[in-house]
Design a protein around this ligand. Structure first.
Ligand SMILES: Cc1cc2nc3c(=O)[nH]c(=O)nc-3n(C[C@H](O)[C@H](O)[C@H](O)COP(=O)(O)OP(=O)(O)OC[C@H]3O[C@@H](n4cnc5c(N)ncnc54)[C@H](O)[C@@H]3O)c2cc1C
Length: 383
């Protein structure tokens, strides 16, 4: 693809900004259209595993992400009833094992790092630009303006407008709900911050990890719940609802719920997408991140996959003689892996919440690390 050809990206989330930065660094003119009035992220945490960090290294921001994130030395799975440690994971070996760190980070912090990198790379970043329709490699904004690129990339999340070019189906509700909350690390929960992890039990699990120099603990309470299908960062929840759901769970659980009182807690229906047959329409339109493969968060690989997508897309377009060839090479490199992760992510919910907790970890354990996901390197994978 010629360096004069213009890449138009819809969506300035983690995936869109990673792709934009990587493409601009490869010498392409890039525009990002973001619906929100300003580039920003929601108040919640993320784990970024070594495969994502290698992608961030490709665009020169791995160390910057580590500087504003937290590198845990250990994590654990705990039993829901008595809180005993079922499996402990040594995270201090991640760099030596995979050549990149494993971090937990506030979403706004990684987003800031990516925004700065995109601006420095010369990306034309346009906030307040909601896309309402697209045709060919052009999009129409809510105010009627048309913007055209030589290649159009839908990085516009689970409810993607650009995905409507690929299928008419809306996202599906997975049957899982998450309550998300950030709490200050106080003496009452210091031990839970010092040894973070996941408490697992029948039909539910509770994830906790540190962000912001381990001064803040990110909490996510997951449960299966029908009838609630809203995905909104503005739906405030009452921690009493969570208390009721986890009433029989261990004292560590109760301390985490106590910590959540007085902090804003948000209720979040988990929607996902089924794998698409093809990631390219008309030879010049593609998708990445949640727009392409929104998945359940039970392997913590959604944002990570969007980072991988962005790097591989930039490398594929860069290495190709035409847009169509570049997009075909991108799809070939990414489709199988993301489909595998989507399916395994669903299966992981059942592995963690659907079995007898007493048996957890006795057999070979399957998680994002043992599935081999961390060895992937978007910097060098064949395109
Ligand atoms: C509870 C929970 C926990 C999670 N934990 C993890 C984790 O630990 N690790 C991990 O890797 N992933 C995790 N994920 C998944 C992760 O949040 C997503 O996979 C990731 O945010 C996807 O990034 P994206 O850039 O593809 O999409 P998004 O983050 O959704 O960004 C899309 C962007 O496009 C913009 N946009 C949307 N529509 C339009 C439009 N019409 N016009 C212009 N702009 C538009 C939006 O405003 C947004 O800025 C979790 C998800 C949930 C729900």
């Amino acid at each position: 693809m010629s360096r004069s050809e213009h890449v138009l990206i819809v969506g300035g989330g983690i995936g869109g900004l990673t792709a934009a930065t990587a493409l601009a660094q490869q010498g392409f003119p890039v525009t990002v259209l973001e619906a929100a009035p300003a580039f920003g992220e929601i108040g919640a945490g993320l784990t970024l595993t070594p495969n994502a960090m290698k992608g961030l290294d490709f665009i020169g921001v791995c160390d910057k992400a580590v500087a504003v994130g937290v590198e845990p030395s250990r994590q654990r799975f705990q039993h829901w009833r008595d809180g005993r440690t079922l499996v402990a994971i040594d995270r201090s070996v991640q760099r030596a094992k995979y050549g990149a760190p494993y971090i937990t980070i506030h979403r706004a912090d990684i987003h800031d790092v990516l925004c700065t990198a995109a601006r420095e790379a010369g990306v034309d970043m346009r906030a307040g630009s909601p896309v309402v329709a697209s045709a060919g490699s052009s999009v129409t904004l809510a105010d009627g303006t048309t913007v055209t690129g030589d290649v159009l990339v839908g990085a516009d999340g689970v409810k993607s407008v650009i995905r409507q070019r690929f299928e008419g189906e809306p996202p599906y509700f997975t049957g899982h709900v998450a309550w998300r909350c950030l709490v200050p690390v106080t003496p009452e929960i210091q031990d839970l911050s010092d040894f973070p992890g996941i408490i697992i039990g029948p039909g539910g699990m509770i994830s906790r990890y540190n962000v912001r120099h381990a001064k803040i603990l990110n909490l996510v309470f997951f449960a299966r719940q029908e009838g609630w299908q809203d995905e909104s960062w503005t739906t405030l929840a009452d921690p009493e609802e969570v208390r009721g759901i986890y009433a029989e769970w261990c004292s560590d659980t109760q301390r985490l719920i106590d910590a959540a009182f007085g902090q804003p807690m948000y209720k979040w229906a988990l929607n996902a997408r089924r794998p698409l047959k093809s990631w390219v329409v008309d030879g010049n339109v593609t998708l990445l991140g949640d727009a392409a493969h929104a998945m359940t968060p039970f392997l913590g690989q959604g944002a990570t996959s969007s980072i991988e997508d962005g790097i591989v897309l930039a490398r594929a377009l860069s290495a190709s003689g035409s847009v169509a060839e570049g997009l075909a090479r991108y799809e070939k490199a990414r489709h199988e892996r993301t489909t595998f992760i989507q399916l395994e992510s669903n299966a992981n919910a059942d592995r963690m919440q659907g079995q007898d907790t007493d048996l957890f970890g006795i057999e070979d354990m399957k998680d994002e690390e043992s599935l081999g996901l961390f060895t992937y390197d978007p910097r060098t994978v064949a395109v």
